[in-house]
Design a protein around this ligand. Structure first.
Ligand code: BTN
Length: 258
C-alpha cells in the first residue's frame, strides 16, 4: 500500500451539518479520492454520534472526519477504531498533563468523563475494506454547559462529559498543534497496520488503557444481555470475555457497561 499522509488534503468549513456525512458521500462518489483526506468544521449543526445519537458540536472543539482506504481485510476493520483511539490518547497526553483511559469500543475518558468519541463508517468490497471514514469529536476548549443545554433535560450524560480545557482548570489547548500530533500518530500507526507485530502492539497499548479489564462486563445487544469477565482484546478487535464456566467468547461492537 502507498503510505498514507493524513492531513495532506484538508477540506475546512466554518459550519457543516456533519463532517461525517460529507466525508462518507465524498468517499462514495469519488473512487479516486486521496487516502487520508480530512473534512473538518468549526461547528456542526447535525453532528452524528454512534447509535443514532446526536453529537453536539459548538465552536471550540475538534470535529473532523478522515477518509481512509487501507488494504485491510474486513475482519480486521476494528483495528482502525483502535488506531484512532490510541493516536488521540497519545496526542492528548503529549499536549496536556492529562491521562486518557478508553471505554471500549470508542470513547476516550479523562478523569472518568468522556472527552472524545469516535464513529467509523466503513464500506466493504469483496473481503476487503473499500473505505473507512473515521469521525472524531474532541471536546477541546468547548464550554460543557453549551453542550449540556442541548441534551435531554433528564439526560445523565451531562455528568459524564468534559472538555480538555475544563480538566486543565480552564487552560486552553492549542487545537492546531493537538491536531498536528493526532495526524502524526495516525500516520505512524496506519502505515504499520499491515505488519502483524505492529497491530499486536496497538492492541496491547489499548488494553493497558481499557476501563474494566478484569471486571465483569454487561453487554447489551438488541435482543439480549450477556455478562462475562473481560480478559482482553483479540487481533481482529473483538472483546474477549469468559463466562461463569470459564468458557471464552468474543464480542464485537456493542455498547458495554461495567
Ligand atoms: C460517539 O461517541 O457517539 C461518536 C461521536 C463522533 C462525533 C464526530 S464529530 C466529527 C464527525 N462528524 C459527525 O457528525 N460525527 C463525528
Amino acid at each position: 500500500m502507498e503510505p498514507v499522509a493524513i492531513g495532506q488534503k484538508i477540506h475546512y468549513y466554518k459550519g457543516l451539518p456533519s463532517t461525517q456525512d460529507l466525508a462518507v458521500s465524498m468517499a462514495e462518489s469519488d473512487s479516486l479520492i486521496l487516502n487520508g483526506t480530512v473534512v473538518m468544521a468549526e461547528r456542526q449543526d447535525n453532528g452524528r454520534g454512534r447509535q443514532n445519537r446526536r453529537w453536539v458540536s459548538p465552536p471550540g472543539g475538534l470535529w473532523l472526519s478522515i477518509i481512509l482506504k487501507p488494504t485491510l481485510h474486513a475482519n480486521r476493520s476494528t483495528l482502525i477504531n483502535f488506531i484512532a483511539i490510541l493516536a488521540i490518547c497519545e496526542a492528548i497526553e503529549a499536549k496536556t498533563c492529562l491521562q486518557c483511559r478508553v471505554k471500549w469500543p470508542n470513547d476516550i475518558l479523562v478523569n472518568n468523563k468522556k472527552v472524545c468519541g469516535i464513529i467509523v463508517d466503513a464500506a466493504i468490497k469483496g473481503n476487503y475494506i473499500y473505505y473507512s471514514v473515521v469521525g472524531i469529536g474532541i471536546n477541546v476548549n468547548v464550554n460543557i454547559q453549551t453542550i449540556i443545554q442541548y441534551l435531554e433535560p433528564d439526560s445523565k450524560t451531562g455528568n459524564c462529559i468534559t472538555s480538555l480545557k475544563a480538566e486543565q482548570s480552564g487552560r486552553f489547548v492549542n487545537r492546531r498543534s493537538l491536531l498536528q500530533i493526532i495526524f502524526e500518530r495516525l500516520n505512524y500507526y496506519i502505515n504499520s497496520i499491515e505488519r502483524e507485530n505492529a497491530s499486536m502492539r496497538v492492541l496491547s497499548n489499548i488494553t493497558h488503557r481499557l476501563e474494566g479489564i478484569g471486571k465483569t462486563l454487561i453487554i447489551d445487544r438488541a435482543d439480549c444481555r450477556t455478562t462475562g469477565q473481560f480478559i482482553g482484546l483479540c487481533s481482529e478487535g473483538s472483546l474477549i470475555l469468559s463466562d461463569a464456566d470459564g468458557a471464552i467468547f468474543k464480542i464485537l461492537g456493542q455498547d458495554v457497561s461495567i
